[in-house]
Ligand binder design. Structure first.
Ligand code: AVJ
Length: 391
């Protein structure tokens, strides 16, 4: 696993974000600080909540469209921004590998896992793919930081999902050579990377720890490259941040590359509100987790019982907003920043925006950045959209 964040980056950017966010009005904290190990687990639970329709709706679209996406893009490199647990990724990986069946990989009682991201480089290099690309010119060697699946034994049972000896001509060869997940959460990357290496022993996986603030880096490998930005994470960006993101992406995309964007759509407010106010109370725990992170990493003394979860629909901006509501007037100390913060009774600190999109608006803002929406797919209930975008 490669860490693109400069040494000490986490600490300095957290300090800066908290100092800026808590000294302004209204107070804000960026959502990226939710995702420590606990926060990533909580988010994972959110994606399984009955109220949180986003993940299921997106998966529904992917299940239907993955083969089409594979055919349209012919991607050799799949880059996933904000990959998280990479669960939805498998449908894309399957489709791009020429595997006929999509959907979750069945239990793979393979050999004991001996593959991990973050292996010493010497171990990751020099391993052979079981099935070298036959018709294509040999691609460049994986760069030094690339860690390759190293499982050598045949999965028992034969009917593996991704591999096995495929007689020539019996199945589409598949185009995918490298999966490159990028995420702020090192723990999520590690777990997802391990699982993918285990289930797709032939797939090269190159995981990168990075955040959107430090700039996008795409693997400099022969394309086509497919950049997946799923889960409506784009919704965390305000319009200015989205414009900056599109501009950056536009500068990186080559003519044969494509962007696969998953976005949540504007719908009746009750449905959206329920998705962020679940009955089991997982979302409040997730929201308050940012305070735990501040307590642990900055020595702050937030009492989680003194703040309440709020998730409101902002009609003007067409976005859900998560906030932490101070139950009374209180002062919190943050020793690492040498700062104290006063919260008024009922004062709200905004911790996340989750923008909901409309087809016309999103198409227009992408076009303004020189990006064209070639395909727009939705689930049967029109809750969520998957877009294929090219420059
Ligand atoms: C991962 C940013 C898309 O905004 O819906 C879930 C995070 N926040 N519940 C979202 C989240 C509250 C999620 N994103």
């Amino acid at each position: 696993m490669e860490n693109l964040l400069p040494a000490g980056h986490r600490a300095t950017s957290l300090a800066e974000d908290v100092r800026n966010g808590l000294s302004g009005t209204p107070k804000t904290l960026p959502p990226k600080w939710f995702y420590d190990e606990r926060g990533s687990k909580l988010f994972d639970r959110i994606t399984r909540l009955p109220e949180y329709y986003l993940t299921r709706a997106e998966r529904q679209i992917l299940r239907v469209r993955a083969p089409e996406i594979a055919a349209l893009t012919g991607a050799r490199v799949l880059v996933e921004l904000g990959s998280g647990s990479s669960r939805k990724t498998r449908m894309l990986v399957d489709a791009l590998s020429g595997v006929a069946t999509t959907g979750p990989a069945g239990p793979q009682p393979g050999p004991a896992m001996d593959v991990a991201l973050g292996l010493p480089r010497a171990l990751g290099k020099g391993r052979k793919r079981k099935k070298p690309p036959a018709e294509e010119s040999p691609g460049p060697e994986p760069d030094a930081a690339t860690v390759t699946g190293t499982m050598t034994a045949e999965p028992p049972g034969g009917s593996g999902t991704a591999t096995g000896e495929v007689p020539p001509g019996a199945a589409p060869a598949g185009t995918l050579e490298l999966y490159a997940p990028i995420d702020v959460s090192e723990s999520a990357l590690q777990e997802a990377g391990d699982a993918l290496c285990r289930d797709y022993p032939e797939l090269r996986v190159h995981a990168t720890v990075a955040d959107f603030d430090t700039g996008l880096v795409l693997p400099d490998l022969p394309g086509p490259r497919l950049i997946a930005f799923l889960g409506s994470t784009l919704g965390n960006f305000d319009p200015a941040r989205r414009a900056a993101f599109y501009a950056e992406l536009r500068g990186l995309l080559r003519p044969d590359d494509a962007l696969l964007l998953g976005v949540d759509l504007v719908k009746d407010p009750a449905t959206m509100r329920r998705a962020y106010n679940d009955e089991q109370g997982v979302t409040p725990e997730f929201n308050k987790n940012v305070l735990r992170v501040l307590n642990r990493e900055l020595g702050a003394d937030f009492d989680l019982n003194d703040f309440d979860h709020r998730a409101v629909w902002n009609e003007e901006e067409e976005r859900m907003e998560m906030r932490l509501w101070s139950r009374f007037s209180q002062t919190v100390r943050i020793p690492a920043l040498g700062m104290t913060v006063d919260f008024g009774r009922g004062e709200e600190t905004r911790t996340e925006i989750s923008t909901k999109f409309r087809r016309a608006g999103l198409t227009e803002e992408l076009l303004a950045a020189g990006l064209a929406v070639d395909h727009w797919w939705t689930d049967p209930q029109d809750r969520f959209a998957l877009l294929l975008v090219t420059s």
